[in-house]
Design a protein around this ligand. Structure first.
Ligand SMILES: Nc1ncnc2c1ncn2[C@@H]1O[C@H](COP(=O)(O)OP(=O)(O)OP(=O)(O)O)[C@@H](O)[C@H]1O
Ligand SMILES: [Mg+2]
Length: 395
């Protein structure tokens, strides 16, 4: 029962199956809105007690929100309502509809349809967490850039220290680092090695994993991740290619981007209470980042990765080959001399190319000839790093 006419001549009802209509009745029984009636042709309607028969309520999905209105889809039809003042409804939520057709309680933060909770909205934070035992990259695998590695290890160990001496001293907490530098210079690799070295929970967060089509959902995911990490510390929140959080900028969806970036900034500002959590972000487009991100108290510690010099190349070649089997050890200084301008990624690709040659030859160890032949093959693959200088250096 939905409504009684003011002169009590008609009672408006929703029938099972979605149809609505009225019953002519003076309502002598004194029924009220929300009562469940049993109607049979030619007989006066009868009230059924709730315990006997729960007629259920309707359910709708929030399709769109503005600061003042929400659009809800109920049974394939769209309806618009005033937005709630307290705890505003968020796109994607499933709500219960009251007997006047207005949204009442939130049943789920995800859309529910006839097939159940929609897959596309299942967001599992646990799947972002790389446990220390599943991360095989160690600091020993990382060669070169000693200054950067030392600085990063220092920052992370102070930030994740349970004694929290920085706070004791009264200084500002270390909240985050930003790794910048060209592709293949080891930014992602070092972050993984740091996680391993500190035995911290490592949250591998990519833009696409959290950017959601539903307004408000992405910010919520971000908040959930920060909260989760706060409960699971020590933790490293790793935003690889953080500029991808900004990918929507310029594509006509400024509002969504700005809100997400705004949420990110306010979470960074807010997590002073989360001792033992640090954010590591990487980018090879630092100029694309919002300046606000680099302010003190946010990702204030910037480490710049550069293509390696000769000594670093030797160190990278050494670290990346330490688990390889050789029938004769190659001269790493000689290779370093031939690979001016190569990134760490290019250098490690030498071993892969050499291993392919050895495997094709049915051998279980690399010989000098494999390594020699591998060099020009790598050069062909990573054309993105090709420089005239490097062409000159090659045999
Ligand atoms: N210092 C290093 N020592 C040994 N191997 C390294 C080093 N740096 C990078 N590598 C190797 O190069 C690969 C690529 O490096 P990584 O993915 O960290 O580059 P990146 O800087 O994150 O690049 P992008 O900007 O493209 O994401 C790594 O998987 C690793 O095998
Ligand atoms: Mg990377």
């Amino acid at each position: 029962m939905r409504k009684i006419d003011s002169d009590s001549s008609r009672i408006w009802v929703d029938f099972l199956g979605g149809l609505s209509g009225y019953i002519s009745s003076t309502n002598d029984e004194g029924w009220t809105i929300g009562d469940v009636l049993f109607c049979e042709d030619g007989k006066p309607p009868e009230k059924v007690t709730g315990e006997l028969w729960d007629a259920g309520t309707e359910v709708g999905t929030i399709k769109h929100t503005t600061p003042t209105r929400v659009v809800i889809e109920v049974d394939g039809k769209l309806r618009s309502f005033a937005q709630r003042d307290s705890s505003p409804l968020v796109e994607g939520q499933t709500v219960e509809i009251d007997h006047l057709g207005r949204p009442r309680g939130v049943l789920s933060n995800k859309p529910i349809d006839r097939l159940g909770v929609l897959d596309r909205d299942i967001f599992d934070i646990e799947s972002l967490v790389v446990r220390p035992e599943d991360n095989e990259v160690t600091l020993d695998d990382f060669g070169g850039s000693t200054r950067i590695v030392k600085r990063a290890v220092d920052l992370v160990s102070v930030a994740l220290d349970p004694a929290d001496l920085i706070k004791e001293i009264g200084a500002k907490p270390i909240k985050g680092m930003l790794f910048t530098g060209p592709a293949g210079t080891g930014k992602t690799f070092l972050a993984k090695a740091l996680a391993n070295a500190t035995k911290a929970a490592f949250y591998n967060i990519s833009g696409p994993a959290i950017v959601d089509q539903f307004v408000g959902q992405s910010e919520k995911r971000l908040r959930d991740i920060f909260e989760h990490a706060g409960r699971n510390r020590p933790a490293i929140l790793f935003f690889d290619e953080v500029d991808s959080l900004y990918t929507r900028r310029g594509s006509g969806n400024h509002e969504a981007t700005n809100r997400l970036v705004g949420q990110f900034l306010s979470l960074l500002d807010g997590f002073t209470s989360f001792d033992q959590v640090i954010v590591i972000a990487t980018t090879n487009l630092p100029s694309a980042l919002d300046d606000a991100l680099l302010r003190p108290g946010r990702l204030a510690h910037k480490l710049e990765f550069a293509p390696s010099d000769t000594d670093s190349r030797v160190a990278i070649l050494k670290a990346s080959s330490r688990r390889l089997r050789f029938s004769e050890a190659p001269d790493l200084h000689e290779i370093a001399g031939l690979t001016n301008g190569w990134t760490a990624a290019d250098l490690t690709a030498i071993w892969t190319e050499a291993a392919i040659l050895a495997a094709l030859d049915r051998r279980k160890a690399l010989c000098l000839e494999d390594v020699r032949e591998a060099l020009p093959r790598v050069q062909r693959i990573s054309t993105r790093h090709e420089t005239s200088e490097r062409d000159r250096d090659l045999p």
